[in-house]
Design a protein around this ligand. Structure first.
Ligand code: SF4
Ligand code: SF4
Ligand code: FES
Length: 789
C-alpha cells in the first residue's frame, strides 16, 4: 500500500489527495476517479463517460480497483467520486480481466465491419479492443441484425448493429441540446437507439452526437465514405459562420474539406458545434465558386486576369473620387479576418472613404461594444441573465447551449424580454412578452416589480443584447437596454451581433467614419444618385439588407459596383469587377468573437483557382491606385494591426491566439440612455410584424452546401392559433399579407409561441421574397393578413 507523502498533502478544502497506480494525484472534491486519472498518464478505457455530460455508468468499461478496509474493490471509475487518501489501481490482473470481459461482451453483437465503417481508424471500440480487449471471443452465436443504416434526419444515419448502447447520443440530445428526439426503445437484447415515430432527429446540434459516438453507429451524410482517418490532414482554427467563434478542427483530404470537428475550449464552445457551422464547409468545396477575376462586358461578366481586373477597379475608384470624395462607399467586411478588415480600413483611410459599414442595417450601434462587457463565461456565471436578444438557438446556437446549461445546471436565472417565444423561453425564470416597439416600457415596468428587484439583488447581472426584429427600428432595443442600465447600473453587457467577425471589423475601422452615415444611409444616398462606386466586401445587400426596395433603387442608381466575393450573388451579378476571394480554411489570420476574444483562423487547403485573401486584394488594389499600404506579408499586417489598434494590443501572444484566444483590451467608455420614442398604436385589424432569422435560411453558405440546402424551409407567416381562427383559414393555407400597396401570398401557420396581434415572418427563406414588405425607415411594420377569396 502506498502512503501519500504528508508534505505533499494539500490543505485546500476543495481538494483531496489520492493515489492512482502509486502516483500521488490532487483531485477536486466531487470529481470522479476517471476525471482525476485523465490528468495522469494512466488511461482508463471508457465508452459512455464524457466529461461534459453526467455520468451514467452504462458501459462498465472503466472498472478499476479501489482499496477498502476489506481489501480491493472493483468500482466503476466514472461513477465513483474521489475521497481523501483513496488508493486506485487501474491495471491489476483483476481489473484487466474485468475490462477484457466487458469488451468481449460488447463485441458479442458488434459487427466486425471495421474495413467498411467510417469510424474505422479512429474508433474507441477498435482501439480499446486492441489495447484492453481479450484478443479473441468465445461467442460463436449469430450477432444481432438490423436494417443498415437508416436515415434518422436529413444529415444523420444510424446503423443500429454497431451501437453499443453507451447513451452518449441520447444524453447529449436531452441534457446538452434540450432536443430529446432520440432515445432507447425496447428491452433486453432488443434495446436500441431510435427516433420517435414521425419525428426525425432534426436537432440543430445533431452533428455532436456523430462526433461523440464511440463507434460508427452514427454517421453524417457530408463525411460518409469521403475519406479514411489516416488520409486526413487537419488544423485547428475558429469557426466564423457566426460570432460565437467555436474552436474547430478542420480536416481535409486531397486538398478538399471533408469534416469539421468541435474542439473543447473552456471559455467558448466546450467541444460542441451547431450543424450549420459543422457542415457548411461544403460551400467552400462548391463548384459554383468564383475562381478567376471577372469584369463586365457586353455579354455579361467575363473572365479576366488579376492585373486587368485590378486596373479596372482602380480606374473606377479613381474616377469616382475625382468626381466627389464622398461618392465611394464600402459595405461588408464582417465575414473575413481581422487582418482582411484592417487592410481594407487602411485603404479606405488612404482614399478618405468615410462611408463604410460592416453591419448591413441589421445590427446595433457599435457603441454597445464600449459598454461594460461580460464574457460568455461571466454571462453563464451571473445570477441573472437578461435577454434582450434575438433567438439565440436560431442565430448563435452554441451560445444558446451555454446559456441553457447555465440556467439548467448552474445558479443563473434568465429574465427574457421577447416578442415571441425563443429556444430559451422554456428555461427562463421569467419570460416577459412585448409587442414590437414597446419593450422599453415593458422592461421599465417589469424591473420595478418586487420579485425582479429581489432577483437583481442576488448577484451579477448580464444583459445579452442584440437585434431581435428586422421589422423594428434598432432604437427600441437600445431604449430598452437604457432602461435596464438605468435600473441596474452595474449590469454588464454581452453584445450578440451575429455576423462572424463583425466585432473585429468594427474595431479596425470598417464602420462609419467622421460622422458619415451607416449602411442604410449609404444605400439611401445611393438611391438618390449620390454614390458612384460601391465596394462590396463579401456583402450581398439584396439578401442581407431587409429593405429590398431600397437596395434595388440603390443598385439601379450606382454607376459602378466592385465586388470581392466567393460567389456570384444577386447583388454582384451586374458588377463591373468581381474579384475572387479566398474562403474560410483557405487563408490565415485572426478573428474576433462576440465577447471580443481574438483567436486564429488557419489555412488548410489551397484557395480555389486564383482567389486571394481580402487583405492581399486590398494591398494590390492599393498599389494599382498608387498607394503602398506598407505590407508585404500577413505577419507584417498582423503586427501593424496590433500596433495601430489599441484593442488588439493583447494579441501579440501567438500561442494564446492558437488555443483559447485572448480577450481584446477593453475599456467601458459609453453610456446608453433611456429613450422616449413615441409609437403610434396598431390598428386592431393589423398584425405587428416580427422578422428574424432562423438557423437554416437561404444564406449563401447554406444554399451552396449540398447537405443543408434541402433543410431550408419555404417562407411562411406564423400567427397565434386564435388569430388564425379570426382570419378564418385552415393551418397551412395560403393567405395575402400586405402593407400599403404591396401584397405577397404565402402560407400561414398557427404557432402558440407567437403573441396575439403579432405575426412572425422568418427572414430570407425560399419561394416567396418577403423583403418588399419591409421598410427600413419605419419604426415598426403593421401588416394586413387576409384570406384569398
Ligand atoms: S448510437 Fe453511438 S452514441 Fe448512441 S448509444 Fe449507440 S454507440 Fe452510443
Ligand atoms: S455556433 Fe457559430 S461559431 Fe459555433 S459552430 Fe455554429 S456557426 Fe460556428
Ligand atoms: S465509462 Fe464508466 S461505465 Fe462507461
Amino acid at each position: 500500500m502506498t502512503i501519500v507523502d504528508p508534505e505533499k498533502i494539500v490543505v485546500d478544502p476543495n481538494l483531496v489527495n489520492i493515489t492512482i497506480n502509486d502516483k500521488p494525484v490532487v483531485a477536486r472534491k466531487g470529481e470522479v476517479i476517471i476525471a482525476a486519472a485523465d490528468r495522469t498518464d494512466d488511461f482508463i478505457p471508457r465508452f459512455c463517460y464524457h466529461p461534459r455530460m453526467s455520468s451514467v455508468g452504462m458501459c462498465r468499461q472503466c472498472l478499476v480497483e479501489v482499496e477498502t478496509p476489506r481489501g480491493p474493490m472493483m468500482v466503476v471509475s466514472c461513477m465513483t467520486p474521489v475521497a481523501e487518501g483513496q488508493i486506485v489501481r487501474t491495471a491489476t490482473d483483476n481489473v484487466k480481466k474485468a475490462q477484457e470481459g466487458v469488451l468481449e461482451l460488447l463485441l458479442a453483437n458488434h459487427p466486425l465491419d471495421c474495413p467498411v465503417c467510417d469510424k474505422g481508424g479512429e474508433c474507441p471500440l477498435q482501439d480499446q479492443a486492441f489495447s484492453h480487449g481479450p484478443g479473441e471471443s468465445r461467442f460463436v452465436e449469430e450477432k444481432r441484425h438490423y436494417e443498415k443504416p437508416i436515415a434518422i434526419s436529413d444529415i444523420v444515419y444510424l446503423d443500429r448493429e454497431r451501437c453499443i448502447l453507451c447513451d452518449r447520443c441520447t444524453r447529449f440530445a436531452d441534457e446538452v441540446a434540450g432536443d430529446p428526439l432520440i432515445s432507447f426503445t425496447s428491452r433486453g437484447n432488443d434495446t436500441q437507439v431510435m427516433t420517435f415515430p414521425e419525428e426525425p432527429f432534426s436537432s440543430y446540434f445533431s452533428g455532436n452526437t456523430v462526433q461523440i459516438c464511440p463507434v460508427g453507429a452514427l454517421t453524417a451524410k457530408p463525411y460518409r465514405f469521403k475519406a479514411r482517418p489516416w488520409d486526413l490532414n487537419e488544423t485547428e482554427t475558429t469557426c466564423t459562420s457566426c460570432s460565437v467563434g467555436c474552436r474547430i478542427v478542420v480536416q481535409s483530404s486531397r486538398d478538399e474539406l471533408v469534416r469539421f470537428q468541435g474542439v473543447d475550449v473552456d471559455p467558448v464552445n466546450w467541444g460542441w458545434l451547431c450543424d450549420r457551422g459543422r457542415y457548411n464547409f461544403e460551400s467552400v468545396n462548391s463548384t459554383e465558386r468564383i475562381t478567376t477575376p471577372l469584369i463586365k462586358s457586353d455579354s455579361g461578366l467575363v473572365q479576366s486576369s488579376w492585373s486587368v481586373a485590378l486596373d479596372s477597379a482602380a480606374r473606377i475608384i479613381r474616377h469616382a473620387l475625382a468626381n466627389n470624395a464622398d461618392s465611394v462607399a464600402i459595405l461588408g467586411g464582417a465575414r473575413g479576418t481581422n487582418e482582411d478588415a484592417f487592410a481594407w480600413a487602411m485603404l479606405a483611410d488612404e482614399l478618405k472613404v468615410n462611408q463604410r459599414d460592416s453591419q448591413l442595417g441589421d445590427g446595433l450601434t457599435p457603441e454597445i461594444f464600449n459598454l461594460a462587457q461580460a464574457t460568455i463565461d461571466e454571462t453563464c456565471a451571473a445570477s441573472t441573465i437578461i435577454l434582450l436578444s434575438p433567438d439565440l438557438k436560431e442565430e448563435l446556437p452554441v451560445l444558446y447551449l451555454r446559456i441553457r446549461d447555465a440556467a439548467q445546471k448552474r445558479k443563473s436565472r434568465i429574465i427574457e424580454f421577447s416578442s415571441h417565444d425563443s429556444g430559451l423561453t422554456p428555461y427562463a425564470w421569467r419570460s416577459v412578452a412585448f409587442e414590437p416597439g414597446r419593450q422599453a416600457q415593458v422592461v421599465r415596468e417589469t424591473l420595478e416589480t418586487k420579485d425582479m428587484q429581489e432577483q437583481i439583488q442576488r448577484g451579477e447581472v448580464v444583459v445579452v443584447v442584440g437585434r431581435a426584429n428586422l421589422a423594428e427600428n434598432e432604437a427600441f432595443t437600445l431604449h430598452a437596454l437604457g432602461e435596464v442600465l438605468h435600473a441596474i447600473p452595474n449590469a454588464k453587457i454581452l453584445p450578440v451581433l451575429r455576423r462572424g467577425n463583425v466585432r473585429g471589423a468594427v474595431t479596425v475601422g470598417l464602420t462609419p467614419q467622421q460622422n458619415s452615415g451607416d449602411a442604410i444611409d449609404i444605400l439611401s444616398k445611393a438611391a438618390a444618385g449620390k454614390i458612384d462606386c460601391l465596394i462590396l466586401l463579401g456583402a450581398n445587400p439584396l439578401a442581407d439588407v431587409a429593405d429590398s426596395i431600397l437596395v434595388k433603387q440603390a443598385l439601379a442608381q450606382i454607376k459602378n459596383v466592385i465586388s470581392i466575393d466567393t460567389f456570384i450573388t444577386s447583388s454582384n451579378q451586374n458588377a463591373d469587377v468581381v474579384l475572387p476571394a479566398a474562403a474560410f480554411a483557405e487563408k490565415n489570420g485572426t478573428t474576433t468573437n462576440l465577447e471580443g476574444r481574438v483567436s486564429n483562423v488557419t489555412q488548410q487547403i489551397t484557395p480555389r483557382g486564383t482567389s486571394r485573401p481580402d487583405w492581399m486584394i486590398a494591398t494590390e488594389l492599393g498599389l494599382s491606385l498608387g498607394i503602398d499600404l506598407g505590407v508585404s506579408s500577413l505577419d507584417e499586417l498582423h503586427q501593424k494591426m496590433i500596433s495601430a489598434i489599441p484593442e488588439f494590443a493583447s494579441c501579440d501572444n501567438e500561442a494564446a491566439i492558437q488555443s483559447d484566444g485572448v480577450l481584446m483590451v477593453h475599456e467601458a467608455s459609453a453610456t446608453i440612455s433611456r429613450g422616449s420614442k413615441v409609437l403610434v398604436d396598431r390598428n386592431s385589424y393589423d398584425y405587428r410584424l416580427i422578422v428574424s432569422r432562423t438557423m437554416y435560411d437561404a444564406a449563401q453558405s447554406t444554399i451552396t452546401s449540398n447537405s443543408l440546402v434541402g433543410i431550408i424551409t419555404e417562407s411562411t407567416i406564423y400567427v397565434h392559433p386564435l388569430d388564425l381562427a379570426r382570419i378564418g383559414v385552415v393551418d397551412g393555407t395560403n393567405i395575402r399579407v400586405g402593407v400599403d400597396e404591396i401584397n405577397i401570398v404565402l402560407p400561414v401557420r398557427a404557432h402558440s409561441g407567437i403573441h396575439r396581434g403579432t405575426a412572425w415572418l422568418p427572414y430570407n427563406h425560399t419561394n416567396v421574397d418577403i423583403r418588399p414588405l419591409l421598410n427600413i425607415a419605419a419604426d415598426v411594420i403593421d401588416v394586413r393578413i387576409e384570406q384569398i377569396k
